[in-house]
Design a protein around this ligand. Structure first.
Ligand code: 4AD
Ligand code: MG
Length: 466
């Protein structure tokens, strides 16, 4: 007897005899001679309707155990359903219970529960329709990203998770050490009384990476177009709906690209991966639109159908300064724009995605290419409704002397970046890249409003359960 997933069974779209399915019961209702149960196995949003002859003593004995969350295997015949609601149903001929589910203790009840509560049972929340849909979209979105790059001639590279460099220079890094942190007094010390990391496993101070960009650049300057897709870590104490301490980032890096090519790629990339998910996760997207965010279809249309505004930072400031009364943090040239300003531009002013470029050099990372005005750099941010910054990227400083001067201004230890500077010593070329926050992209395509609910197990300040 063949075992199929619910998704495979419902796709067949024809009667089938002697097949098996397995999964978890969602609901059951009993009529006089028949019971109906809904079986879901996570393979798709839809359930398989099971029809059980409850006059058969073999089944009636098991029936009380067929409750929400119970794990079962059923076999029988798929036949056209006489009732509305589903095209096919499974007439059960044999039934086996893998695992019972005691109702009093089971945290996943049929009634609507809050996201906050479900976070405390994150190991079971994939059993809910919403989180199963989220996880399927997460998987499909990952595939869409790999497919986009594959189709466009990029190579997938794996940059290190443990690193000795601070790409963003923001000092938001988690330390990595083999020293027993429960016993700081046992750390070896050098002659100045500082912890002696030369005695640590790597012989130097190391961290969890905040970005694979710097290593990615080294690969792009040999292979042309590359991308990374991996976990990144930020030790910033930001307790917001869009910050996590651990998140996944996609970072393409392209030799011979300038800032304008970079912005064009970012726009095309976001549109194509969104379209892929809309097409391949239509059922799940419909669930989000129905139960979570009624504006989701218009958000998705906005993202995929509009051309994204290109807005120089200086022009953004001119727009925002006129609206200063609306903002908590007032805008003037040189300030780092915050989420209230980003969201005003994309949601209220342009009502579509905005790519803001040429930012002031003082609030930008060291690697961004200096413009001829000496005040701005060729950095860009893609801003989208509801989220604000979805992508950050730039053309990279490819001139050795300018980069060295920048690193001195930023008080960086140039010696530690000898390998990064080598790229500008040997066959330097114009190049550019960007980073897309995967969880923020998930929030955009699902309408889920908190980053904690698009991760399997969120890592945010004060919380690392599971
Ligand atoms: O703007 P960021 O810090 O840029 C970089 O790390 C560059 N090295 C990328 C590059 O040019 N290769 O981060 C890129 C994106 C942000 O736009 C945002 O979407 C996401 O990563 N991001 C976060 N997502 C969730 N939680 C956080 N704490 C995030 N910090 C950044
Ligand atoms: Mg940024």
């Amino acid at each position: 007897m063949k075992t199929l997933t619910v998704s495979q069974l419902l796709e067949k779209d024809s009667p089938l005899s002697d097949i098996s399915a397995q999964g978890w019961i969602k609901t059951r209702r009993d009529l006089k001679n028949q019971s109906f149960a809904e079986l879901n196995d996570g393979s798709c949003r839809k359930n398989l309707q099971l029809v059980i002859d409850n006059t058969n003593p073999q089944f009636s004995a098991l029936l009380p155990r067929l409750v929400n969350g119970a794990a079962v295997k059923v076999s029988g015949d798929m036949v056209a359903s006489p009732a509305a609601g589903q095209k096919y149903e499974l007439i059960v001929k044999s039934l086996e219970i893998y695992g019972d589910c005691p109702q009093e203790a089971y945290p996943i009840q049929k009634k609507k529960t809050s996201d906050e509560f479900l976070r405390t049972v994150a190991h079971l929340r994939p059993r809910t329709n919403k989180y199963a849909a989220m996880l399927r979209v997460r998987s499909e979105l990952s595939y869409a990203i790999h497919k986009y790059f594959k189709d466009n001639g990029f190579f997938y590279v794996h940059t290190p998770i443990i690193t000795a460099s601070d790409c963003e220079g923001a000092g938001q890094m988690f330390n990595v050490t083999t020293f027993d942190t429960a016993k700081p007094l046992s750390f070896p010390v050098d002659k100045d009384g500082n912890t002696d990391f030369s005695k640590d496993l790597f012989g130097k101070k190391t961290f969890l990476t905040v970005s694979g960009q710097l290593e990615g650049e080294t690969m792009a300057l040999a292979l042309g177009k590359i991308y990374t897709f991996g976990p990144t870590f930020r030790a910033e104490n930001s307790n917001t709906y869009r910050h996590a301490a651990e998140f996944w980032m996609i970072e393409p890096e392209m030799a011979f690209y300038d800032l304008y090519d970079d912005m064009d790629l970012a726009e095309d990339f976001v549109k194509k991966i969104t379209l892929h998910v809309m097409k391949n996760c239509a059922d799940d997207i419909e669930l989000f639109a129905k139960f979570l965010d009624k504006d989701l279809p218009s958000t998705l249309a906005n993202i995929t159908e509009n051309s994204y505004e290109r807005l120089a930072y200086t022009d953004a400031v001119s727009i925002l300064e006129k609206e200063n009364s609306k903002f908590e943090n007032k805008v003037s040239w040189g300030v780092d724009l915050g989420s209230e300003h980003e969201r005003f531009l994309t949601e209220t002013y342009f009502k579509k995605p905005v790519i803001m470029y040429n930012k002031p050099k003082n609030s930008a990372a060291f690697y961004m290419k200096l413009n001829d005005d000496g005040k701005t750099v060729r950095g860009m941010d893609l801003l989208v409704p509801r989220i604000g910054e979805l992508i950050g990227g730039s053309e990279r400083e490819n001139r050795l002397d300018v980069l060295e001067k920048k690193m001195e201004d930023f008080k960086m230890n140039k010696d530690a970046y000898w390998w990064y500077l080598d790229l500008r010593r040997f066959g330097s070329v114009p190049h550019a890249g960007f980073g897309l926050g995967f969880e923020r992209m998930m929030m955009l395509v699902t309408g889920i409003s908190n980053i904690r609910d698009v991760c399997c197990y969120p890592r945010v300040p004060g919380y690392a359960e599971f």
